[in-house]
Design a protein around this ligand. Structure first.
Ligand SMILES: NC(=O)c1ccc[n+]([C@@H]2O[C@H](COP(=O)([O-])OP(=O)(O)OC[C@H]3O[C@@H](n4cnc5c(N)ncnc54)[C@H](OP(=O)(O)O)[C@@H]3O)[C@@H](O)[C@H]2O)c1
Length: 294
């Protein structure tokens, strides 16, 4: 039997090169270059007891940062802290605080303002809700605003003076692709996340030349405690990201310019579609895929 000859060698070569390029790009995207914030290297993470916050803690511990971990569930924080201390020989402080409680927030802000070794603040604590605006309690709406908006602003205000004085620092505010969509099920959530984007973009303009970087991290669907609380929509696998994938993109992006960081090609495509006016069509598709009527 004679050897079969490929009819389109040039086309095959181009396809193979594109495939190899995509694979290399994906692999590079999953590697991390540590952000060099300099100074005493203490990172503060809110919502560190699970999901994205826990992943940020693990990644930064691996980079040698000392950590201040904040959330309400003290035992969860203690367990993470013990593991990271013994594995990485770093200092980890646990602060159990409810960031919608005015006393807790006041105490925390004065504690953080008094520290001069904080080089990174990650405002990550957050929660979602399901249902139309009128069907969710007023209390829940207020707590969401207190957590996503007020806590982000006042904690940032507490650490900034020292970062500016040291001419080095990074602030990551966890937002969401929900900031780009308008529709059912996301009235208050999307609005608070939009605040985070606007806050971060304007703050970065004010901080130009100070050595302090600001980022609004806008993930889409992530496998975390978030959807355990409000119910996980049944959407195709490619729409879901792992927490480590998201935090890797975020920390890598600190070395680059953009304030708004959207991790993952599917989320970037979604955001692009919202920008060309196809957001509501996309939401209708999500509602359909997840079995909702709207
Ligand atoms: N999962 C997603 O699909 C998704 C997508 C886009 C954006 N996000 C955003 O990502 C961030 C992290 O969420 P996640 O997905 O990692 O969910 P998660 O696993 O539920 O984590 C939420 C964290 O926030 C903390 N938290 C909630 N309420 C708090 C309060 N009142 N005071 C202090 N801490 C509080 C929780 O800790 P305690 O319960 O111990 O207090 C927990 O550590 C949120 O801002 C969320 O909006 C998530």
């Amino acid at each position: 039997m004679g050897k079969r000859k490929c009819k389109h060698p040039a086309k095959v070569a181009v396809m193979l090169s594109i495939g190899a390029g995509l694979l290399a790009w994906k692999k590079l995207g999953n590697q991390r270059a540590a952000f060099n914030a300099g100074g005493g290297k203490t990172a503060v993470i809110t919502g560190a007891s699970s999901g994205l916050g826990e992943s940020f803690a693990r990644q930064l511990a691996n980079d040698g940062y000392n950590l201040i971990l904040i959330a309400r569930r003290r035992q969860k924080l203690e367990n993470i802290a013990q593991e990271l201390i013994s594995r990485h020989n770093i200092a980890v402080t646990v602060i159990a605080a409810d960031l919608v409680d005015t006393n807790d927030i006041a105490q925390l802000t004065s504690q953080l303002a008094a520290m001069d070794d904080i080089v990174m603040l990650i405002n990550n604590a957050g929660f979602g809700s399901r249902g139309d605006f009128v069907d969710v309690s007023a209390r829940s709406h207020r707590e969401m605003i207190d957590l996503h908006v007020t806590a982000t602003a006042v904690l940032t205000r507490a650490v900034l003076p020292n970062m500016i004085a040291q001419r080095s620092g990074a602030i990551i505010n966890t937002s969401s692709t929900a900031a780009f969509f308008r529709g059912h099920d996301r009235v208050n959530y999307g609005a608070t996340k939009l605040y985070i984007n606007a806050f971060s973009e304007s703050l970065q303009i004010e901080l130009e030349g100070t050595g302090v970087r600001v980022q609004a991290l806008c993930p889409g669907f992530i496998r975390s405690g978030f959807h355990e609380e409000i119910g996980r929509p049944s959407l195709p696998n490619f729409l879901w990201m792992k927490t480590d994938e998201v935090t890797t993109v975020s920390l890598n992006a600190l070395n680059k310019k953009p304030v708004i960081v959207v991790p993952g090609w599917a989320n970037q495509l979604e955001v692009f579609l919202t920008k060309i006016g196809l957001g509501s069509a996309l939401l209708t598709l999500f509602y359909y895929l997840s079995g909702k009527k709207k």
